[in-house]
Design a protein around this ligand. Structure first.
Ligand code: SF4
Length: 370
């Protein structure tokens, strides 16, 4: 994990923000540069993806966010959606997962941090004042890892405390890290914050999740936050198919339940490897020798992403769901970016094809009925 950045670029609009000043004092860096036109930092025209992506992990930008900072998760067309709402707090990530969509999606070779949290709070206050028919769920783990830099940024405790005032909503932090010190200081821990780990067998982590914590480190951190009073979540995502996947993924389930007891976990999601065709050049350039990424995938309508064949995905989901149910028959398990048909055959559950199909099944936060 990065401890020192090369350059911190600061947009003049946020230069006097108290969080900017704190971050410049706290985040180790070689130099700070004020720059108004952040677009000038865009990828160099002849720069190859490898150097552009890697350069982006060693520079930080502090910038104002233009547009709405809280928005619906960009669900895949035709797939059952879980109505997640994403908070764009940081764009870019110090971890380097081979399959990460951000390497092709963000064209600025920096990790961009938006220190104006008041803008986020104001958008959230507007949304949360509305009447919700299902509990809204929010998370910061869409454009970055929620906790990988939080020991430096310390934004998550502010958000956790904000959501404590809205007990009818869920707030989720998603990570592949093991650095949880920043959130262990929150006291009292609100019951509507879920701290989630993306999990994979150690073989996959070693091969595909560079700079991320090991499985054992993630689960040890999960035990710490559970002891502090947080609800846990786990995301088997992306799941890779390879020989001995059954043995390895079953072991991950067993390791989770060696740390967590039934009732500690708010939800578990399952999602097999998938990617858009426009990601292929990044994989070829950066990860050509990764056999796990080179499994046989085909273009699947209606969202046109590469996926394992449907019968194989169903087999994988069924197996994982059964192993989880053997340990914990009460936990809510759902699929990420899958159709209502796959839900039916894999989990034996009917979900509507619309965006509320999955959401209606989610466990309500403790304050929902209060
Ligand atoms: S942790 Fe998430 S955001 Fe970071 S590189 Fe991996 S997939 Fe991308």
């Amino acid at each position: 994990m990065i401890r020192e950045f090369d350059t911190i670029f600061v947009h003049p609009e946020v230069a006097n923000n108290p969080r900017t000043r704190e971050l410049l004092g706290r985040v180790p860096h070689r130099r700070a540069v004020e720059i108004e036109q952040m677009e000038k930092l865009a990828r160099r025209s002849r720069e190859d993806p490898q150097s552009s992506v890697m350069r982006g992990k060693f520079n930080l930008a502090l910038a104002p966010y233009k547009g709405r900072q809280v928005e619906p998760c960009p669900a895949s067309p035709g797939m059952s959606c879980c109505c997640y709402r994403v908070i764009n707090l940081v764009a870019g990530c110090p971890i380097d997962c081979s399959y990460c969509v951000l390497q092709g999606y963000l064209n600025r070779p920096t990790i961009t941090v938006y220190p104006e949290l008041e803008k986020i709070f104001s958008e959230l206050e507007g949304e949360l004042a509305a009447e919700w028919f299902v509990p809204p769920r929010y998370g910061t783990g869409e454009l970055s890892d929620s906790l990988a830099l939080d020991n430096l940024l310390r934004f998550s405790p502010e958000l956790i405390r904000f959501f404590a005032k809205y007990p009818k909503s869920w707030f989720e932090l998603k990570t592949k890290g093991a650095q949880v010190e920043s959130i262990l200081d929150v006291d009292p821990v609100p019951p509507n914050t879920v701290v989630s780990w993306s999990v994979n067998p150690q073989k996959v982590i070693d091969s595909e999740e560079r700079f991320a914590a090991s499985l054992d480190q993630r689960l040890e951190a999960a035990g710490q936050v559970r002891d502090a009073g947080y609800k846990l979540g786990f995301h088997f995502d992306p799941i890779f198919h390879y020989d001995r996947w059954r043995r390895d993924y079953r072991e991950v389930v067993e390791k989770i339940y060696a740390v967590a007891r039934s009732g500690d976990i708010a939800w578990i999601s399952l999602g097999c490897l998938r990617y858009s065709p426009w990601m292929a050049p990044y994989y070829e350039e950066r990860f050509a020798k990764h056999p796990l990424l080179a499994g046989e995938l085909s273009l699947v309508p209606p969202d046109g992403k590469y996926r394992y064949p449907q019968p194989l995905r169903i087999e994988i989901y069924r197996a994982l769901n059964e192993w989880i149910a053997e340990r914990d028959s009460d936990v809510y398990v759902y699929l990420c970016m899958e159709s209502a048909t796959v839900f039916r055959w894999a989990l034996g559950r009917e979900v509507a094809g619309d965006c509320l199909g999955v959401e209606r099944g989610f466990p309500p936060p403790p304050g929902w009925s209060g």
